[in-house]
Design a protein around this ligand. Structure first.
Ligand code: NAD
Length: 368
C-alpha cells in the first residue's frame, strides 16, 4: 500500500516494470508507440474494483523513460485512493505522454493517443492533467467516447482546475481549523508554489478571503501577471521551503516533500493541489507529523477535478459537483480525527479509509 519515489540511477537498477518500487499490484500497464506522430505514452490502470479506471493524461518532458513509468505508476495508484476516499464509483488510472507539451503536442498525436485509449474498451477513461488543455480532450473525443474533461460546447464539464482549486481551498481551511483553531484564512501567510491552472485559481480564493499570499513559479512571465492581478507577493528568498509562512500550498509537481526539504519547512499546515507531494509516504509523512506540521492529504483535497469530470459519466450537474466538492472540508476533518485517534499520519489515515472501502467493494463484487 505504500510507495516510494526513486529517481535517476536508482530506478535503473530495478526490474523494468513489476520490480519498480512504485509498482503496487497495478492491473495493467500499456506502452503506446506511434512512429508517424512521435507518440510515446504509458497508460497505467492501477485498480478497477470500484469501476473503470479514470484519471488524467500528463504530458511532460521526462529525462528518462524510467521516470515516466515511475510517474504513471504513482499517479494511477493515487487516483484509486483519491476516488475511493471521495466516494466515487470509479477505479484509478492515469496516462503519461513523453514529450514537451509546448512543442511536441499535435492534434495527430492526441488523436493517436485517443485510439490507444479506445483500444482498451473503456477499462481506462482519460481526462486532462499537466500539459493538457480542454481542447486536447476534445481532439481525443473525436476518436473515443472514453474521455472526460471535454469542453462544455461538446457536452462536457469543461476545465476541472477551478473546481480542484475550490476543493484545495476548502481542504486547506479544514486543516487550518484543526491546526490553528479557526478556518478563517484572513491574515494567514500562505505560500503557493506553482501558479498554473489550479494555483492561480487558489490564489484568487485566498486573496479574496484576505490571506497574505506569496507565490513562486518557474514561469516568470506568469508570476508577474498573477502577482499584479491578485496583489500577491513574489517569493524572493533563497530557499522557498524555509519561507516564514503559516501554510504552504504545493501546486506544481510531486515529491517536493523529501529528504532535502522536510526538515526545513516552517509552515504549520501543508495543503496543496500537487499529486504525490510526499516523496516517501512513510518517512516524510511521519517526519512532518513529528515536526507538528499538519499535512492535508493531496489525493483527498485535490479531488475537485475528478469530481468534476466524474459528473460527465454520471450525468449530474454543477450543483452536485459543488456539493461533492464542499464535502472535502468535512472529509479532511474526519481524516485528521481518524489519524489522531489511531496514532497515524493523516496520509496513512486517508489511505486506510480508502483501502477499507475498496476491500468492502471487492467482497460485494465477488458475491454478485
Ligand atoms: P499547470 O501545468 O497548469 O501548472 C503547474 C505550474 O507549476 C506551472 O505554472 C509551472 O510553471 C509550475 N512549476 C513547474 N515546476 C515548478 C517548480 N519546480 N517550481 C515552481 N513552479 C513550478 O498544472 P495544474 O493543472 O495547475 O496542476 C498543478 C498540480 O496539481 C499538478 O501536480 C497536478 O497533477 C495537480 N492536480 C491538478 C488537477 C487539475 O484539475 N488541474 C487536479 C488534481 C491534481
Amino acid at each position: 500500500m505504500d510507495a516510494t519515489f526513486a529517481t535517476g540511477k536508482e530506478l535503473q537498477k530495478m526490474d523494468p516494470v513489476f520490480g519498480q518500487l512504485s509498482f503496487d499490484d497495478h492491473e495493467q500497464i500499456v506502452f503506446c508507440n506511434d512512429k508517424d506522430t512521435g507518440l510515446k505514452a504509458i497508460i497505467g490502470i492501477h485498480n478497477s474494483v470500484m469501476g473503470p479506471a479514470l484519471g488524467g493524461t500528463r504530458m511532460w518532458n521526462y529525462n528518462t523513460e524510467w521516470e515516466a513509468l515511475n510517474d504513471v505508476l504513482r499517479l494511477s495508484r493515487g487516483m484509486t485512493y483519491k476516488s475511493a476516499i471521495t466516494g466515487l464509483n470509479i477505479g484509478g488510472g492515469k496516462a503519461v505522454i513523453i514529450g514537451d507539451a509546448k512543442t511536441q503536442k499535435t492534434p495527430e498525436l492526441m488523436r493517436k493517443f485517443g485510439e490507444f485509449v479506445h483500444s482498451l474498451g473503456g477499462r481506462y477513461i482519460t481526462a486532462e492533467d499537466v500539459g493538457m488543455e480542454t481542447k486536447d480532450m476534445d481532439t481525443v473525443r473525436d476518436v473515443t467516447p472514453y474521455v472526460t474533461g471535454i469542453s462544455e460546447e461538446r457536452g462536457g464539464s469543461g476545465n476541472p482546475s477551478p473546481i480542484t482549486a475550490y476543493g484545495v481551498y476548502l481542504g486547506m481551511k479544514a486543516a487550518a481549523k484543526s491546526q490553528f483553531g479557526t478556518d478563517v484564512l484572513e491574515g494567514k501567510k500562505v505560500l503557493v508554489q506553482g501558479i498554473g491552472h489550479v494555483g492561480e485559481a487558489l490564489v484568487e480564493y485566498l486573496t479574496k478571503e484576505g490571506a497574505i499570499v506569496t507565490i513562486t513559479d518557474i514561469n516568470e512571465e506568469k508570476l508577474y501577471q498573477v502577482a499584479s492581478k491578485y496583489n500577491a507577493s513574489i517569493y524572493s528568498g533563497e530557499d522557498l521551503y524555509t519561507a516564514d509562512v503559516d501554510i504552504y500550498a504545493p501546486c506544481a509537481m510531486g515529491a517536493i516533500i523529501n529528504d532535502a526539504t522536510v526538515d526545513k519547512i516552517k509552515a504549520k499546515v501543508i495543503a496543496g493541489a500537487a499529486n504525490n507531494q510526499l516523496a516517501d509516504e512513510n518517512i516524510h509523512g511521519a517526519r512532518l507529523q513529528e515536526r507538528g506540521i499538519l499535512y492535508a492529504p493531496d489525493f483527498l483535497i485535490n479531488a475537485g477535478g475528478i469530481i468534476n469530470v466524474y459528473a460527465e459519466l454520471e450525468h449530474y450537474g454543477k450543483a452536485e459537483i459543488m456539493t461533492k466538492t464542499e464535502n472535502i472540508y468535512n472529509t479532511t476533518l474526519e481524516i485528521i480525527d481518524y489519524a489522531v485517534k489511531n496514532g497515524m499520519t493523516t496520509h496513512k489515515a486517508a489511505l486506510t479509509i480508502a483501502q477499507n472501502r475498496i476491500d468492502l467493494r471487492r467482497i460485494e463484487n465477488a458475491k454478485k
